[in-house]
Design a protein around this ligand. Structure first.
Ligand code: SAM
Length: 316
């Protein structure tokens, strides 16, 4: 069944569907049928899955509270040469779910650990996001409040790789608003909702648009937030370089608002700094950047207004 690294049984982490029962890997059924015990978060939920798969197996709860207490029984079974499976309510065990402690204990006890790979919301969300998949970071759930949340948000904002976050539906509005305030309104994001289910939806846009979208439609179901990495920080970000980049944009016909957005993104410097330099530049007498633009500093709600959050400014 699985490669054995030692004498005794094997602990097998079995991935289960994240919504669509058709996604249960065929090998998962075979493994679940052959083990002496299936550790799970919720026997009712896993019972339904086993019933669907036509498997009858002994189950025991190994959730976030009982995982450590389950170790002795699992190790004893492995020692007697039996295999044990670990499943969670959905997806891959150990990914924002129980598993890590049991795996470590079994490894420490000298028994083999294997897996039947399968669904994981983070992988599906990443690959359908349309964002850069070459390098990414999985953040799981952000801390709910306090300094820990603030510092993690700052880390996420400065992260250059694509960031994947999990969030509960009743907290997604606040998390997207916090991300917008920390990363800036223009950062690209994908909200992957109810993946593999009837109401699967992947919404793509900027953080500002995402916040408006979530305000307009009550968040329902499970969400993965996939966030584009921070813009590349270039070596030359002195004021002259920023002014020159702004002039290039303006001379090419960009409005002041668009020039600020483009230069902020391209140079990876604080938007407020670019804005201040842009307002100090002499206004062109011709062209589209007319003085009566709605992006003037006093425009309420304008992303460029002085009271808007200072985006991308994380000590750079
Ligand atoms: N172990 C699971 C995995 O491999 O993806 C993750 C479990 S974690 C407790 C639950 C979170 O995963 C949800 O809050 C949501 O962020 C994400 N998630 C799980 N299923 C999902 C789905 N069908 N669509 C979107 N997100 C999902």
């Amino acid at each position: 069944m699985t490669a054995r690294a030692s004498v005794g049984g094997t602990l097998v982490l079995v991935a289960t569907p994240i919504g669509n029962l058709g996604d249960l890997p065929p090998r998962a059924v075979e493994v679940l049928r052959g083990v002496a015990l299936v550790c799970c978060e919720d026997t009712r939920r896993t019972g339904k899955l086993l019933h669907h798969a036509g498997v009858s197996a002994r189950m025991a709860v190994a959730n976030e509270h009982t995982e450590a207490a389950r170790v002795a029984e699992v190790v004893e079974l492995l020692g007697a040469g039996h295999d044990v499976a670990l499943v969670t309510d959905a997806g891959t065990p150990g990914i924002s779910d129980p598993g890590e402690r049991l795996v470590r204990a079994v490894v420490d006890a000298g028994f083999a650990v294997s897996a039947v790979p399968g669904p994981a919301a983070l992988v599906m969300a990443l690959v359908v996001s349309g964002l850069d998949t070459t390098r990414f970071v999985f953040e799981g759930f952000l801390p709910r409040s306090g300094g820990e949340r603030t510092s993690r948000l700052a880390e996420v904002a400065a992260e250059r790789r694509t960031v994947v976050l999990y969030e509960a539906p009743h907290r997604v509005v606040r998390t997207v608003a916090d991300l917008r305030d920390t990363c800036g309104p223009d950062r690209r994001v994908a909200l992957a909702r109810e993946l593999t289910k009837l109401h699967e939806e992947v919404w793509r846009g900027t953080l500002d648009e995402a916040a408006a979208h979530l305000d307009a439609t009550e968040p329902r179901g499970e969400y993965v937030i996939v966030l584009a990495g921070a813009a590349r920080v270039v070596a030359t970000t002195d004021d002259d370089a920023i002014r020159a980049a702004l002039r290039d944009e303006l001379e090419a016909g960009a409005t002041r608002r668009d020039a600020v957005a483009t230069v902020t993104a391209e140079l990876g410097v604080a938007r407020r700094r670019v804005y201040d330099l842009a307002t100090a530049l002499p206004r062109p007498t011709t062209g589209p950047d007319r003085p009566d633009r709605p992006d003037s500093p006093g425009s309420p709600g304008s992303p460029d207004s002085p009271d808007s959050p200072d985006m991308d400014d994380h000590g750079r």
